[in-house]
Design a protein around this ligand. Sequence first.
Ligand code: NAP
Length: 237
Amino acid sequence: MDTTTTDTITLVTGGNKGIGHETARRLKEAGHTVLIGARDPARGRAAARGLGVGLVALDVTDQASVDEAAAQVRAEHGRLDVLVNNAAVNSVLAPLERTGAQDVATLLDTNLLGVLRVTNAFLPLLRRSAHARVVNVSSTVGSFALTLEHGMFDWEVVPPVYAVSKTALTMLTLKYSRELPGILVNAADPGYTETDLNDRQGTQTVTEGSDAIVHLATLGDDGPTGTFVNRDGAVAW
Ligand code: NAP
C-alpha cells in the first residue's frame, strides 16, 4: 500500500467503452494512474489492455462488487484521488403512462443508486487524498430549465425515466458537494455524443463528450464544487 506517492489515482466506472473509455485514455495521457471499472470481465480486460490502464471488476448495481472494488483499490493504492461516476444505462422511448415501476427501479439502480453505492464505498479512500475530486456524469436532459425552456426533451426524443435519473443525479451531486467540503464534487454533461447509449446517433465525438469530465477531473485545488458544466461552461439547472 502506498499513500505517499504524488501520482493521481483515478477510477472511471463503466470505462470499458464510450465516453468513459475516452476519459480513461485522456486522463492516463494527462499522467494519472487510471483504473477502469467494468462489469463484464472480458470487456474490461480487453479495454484495460488496449488502454494500458488498471482494471477493477465493478458492477455498480451490486453492493458486494462495489465493496470488493474499493477493497482492491485500497490494497493496491491506499487511496483514491479522482472518482468518475460514468457508468449508466438508457431506457426505451416510452411515455410514462406505459412505463412500469420495475423499469424505473432498474434504471435508477444503475444511474442513481449506483453512484451513491460507489461514492460511499470509496469515500474513505477519497478522504485519504489531499486533492479528492468526484465527477458525476449527468446530462442536460435532466435539466429543469432546459426542459421548460425548449420543450425539447419530450418522450419521443428522450426516455422520461432516463431524464429523471439524471435530474436526481445532478441533485445528488449538489447534496454531496455540500456534505463533503474537502472534496470537489461536480456534475458533467457530455453533450449528445456518438456511443452505444444512443445507438450511435449522437453528433459529438467521444473526445468532445469527455471534455467536461476531464476538465472536472483535473481541477486545481481552488476549483469549484457543486457545479454542473458541459464543454462550453455552466449548464442551467
Ligand atoms: P455507453 O457507451 O453505453 O457506456 C456506458 C458504460 O457504462 C459501459 O461501459 C457499460 O458497461 C457501463 N455500465 C452500464 N451499467 C453498468 C453497471 N451496472 N456497472 C458497471 N458499468 C456499467 O454510454 P456513454 O454514452 O459512453 O455514457 C457514459 C455516460 O455519459 C453515462 O453516464 C451517460 O448517461 C452519459 N451521457 C451520455 C450522453 C451521450 O450522448 N452519449 C449524453 C449525456 C450523458 P457494458 O459495456 O458492460 O454495458
